[in-house]
Design a protein around this ligand. Structure first.
Ligand code: APR
Length: 255
């Protein structure tokens, strides 16, 4: 089936669905200028995730982890939601029972106005006390892009502050994990821009399929999910979503 027919098939499935779940990864924000992780030019090709995104790495060199986090804050602050974020935001307002589950920490879905977003890996703007101390909340928002001193200190107890995103080996935020599991009970589950290599998030696609959802993957590359989903669309998200949207809501084209 060529992509034109796949776009139409996806649009028909979305139109008929009452419950829609969209699952997004770093590929969705690539067009906004935020590097992915595992693509040829990806972040993890330049820095070691074990050093930058684990408790052990933080313990070994907290200043280095904060230099990386501060650089990411500066990059993300300059980026804008792209066409894919805007189309998904429109869908989240048009389809009342739509959930967006994102692995991305860039908050671009929220900045595009998307409703009902579940952040599985937290936000780049989250911080937390590294102890954690009793006086501080689990995590809180701190939108600074540069800190006087790295690593910064927890203002509740003076211990080191840590970036508040979810690191490898850490549990997902309970509420987001629970609601994401519930959201796999849907009519159509659309996975967009994720390599599907990081668990437990990557399990959601198979869970949705097992629950009877029509599963769609939008990714220019092959992933472990490609052979599992009901419909695999090999295309960048910004092209696939625009084509699907053109079928759902044909704009009045100049004749
Ligand atoms: N449209 C759709 N997909 C794209 C695009 C695009 N324009 N550009 C790249 N991709 C695809 C790539 O082919 C790749 O399969 O996006 C995927 C990005 O994969 P990763 O870099 O592994 O990112 P992701 O799947 O989100 O990583 C999951 O890993 O490091 C952790 O916590 C981090 O949330 C992240 C998790």
């Amino acid at each position: 089936m060529d992509n034109e027919r796949k776009f139409r098939k996806a649009a028909e499935t979305i139109r008929r669905a009452s419950k829609i779940t969209v699952f997004t990864g770093a590929g969705l924000s690539a067009l906004s200028g935020i590097p992915t992780y595992r693509d040829p030019g990806g972040l993890w090709k330049h820095v070691d995730p074990k050093e930058m995104a684990t408790k052990q790495g933080f313990r070994k060199n907290p200043a280095q982890v904060w230099e990386f986090a501060q650089w990411r804050r500066k990059v993300i602050k300059e980026c804008q939601p792209n066409q894919s974020h805007r189309i998904l935001a429109d869908w989240s307002k048009r389809y009342s029972q739509m959930t967006v589950i994102t692995q991305n920490i860039d908050d671009l879905h929220q900045r595009a106005g998307t409703r009902n977003v579940l952040r599985l890996h937290g936000s780049v703007w989250d911080v937390a006390c590294s102890l954690p101390c009793e006086d501080s909340p689990r995590r809180w928002r701190d939108t600074r892009t540069s800190f006087k001193r790295l690593p910064p200190k927890c203002h509740f107890c003076g211990a080191l502050l840590r970036p508040g995103g979810v690191w490898f080996g850490e549990r997902l935020p309970l509420a987001a994990a629970f609601q994401s599991a519930q959201a796999t009970q849907c009519d159509v589950f659309i996975s967009i821009g994720t390599s599907g290599e990081v668990y437990p998030a990557a399990r959601l696609i198979g869970d949705a399929k097992e629950a009877g959802a029509f599963t769609i993957e939008i990714n220019p590359d092959f992933t472990p999910a490609t052979g599992v989903v009901s419909l695999s669309i090999h295309s960048p998200a910004e092209i696939a979503l625009q084509n699907i949207e053109d079928v759902l809501c044909p704009s009045i084209k100049d004749s």
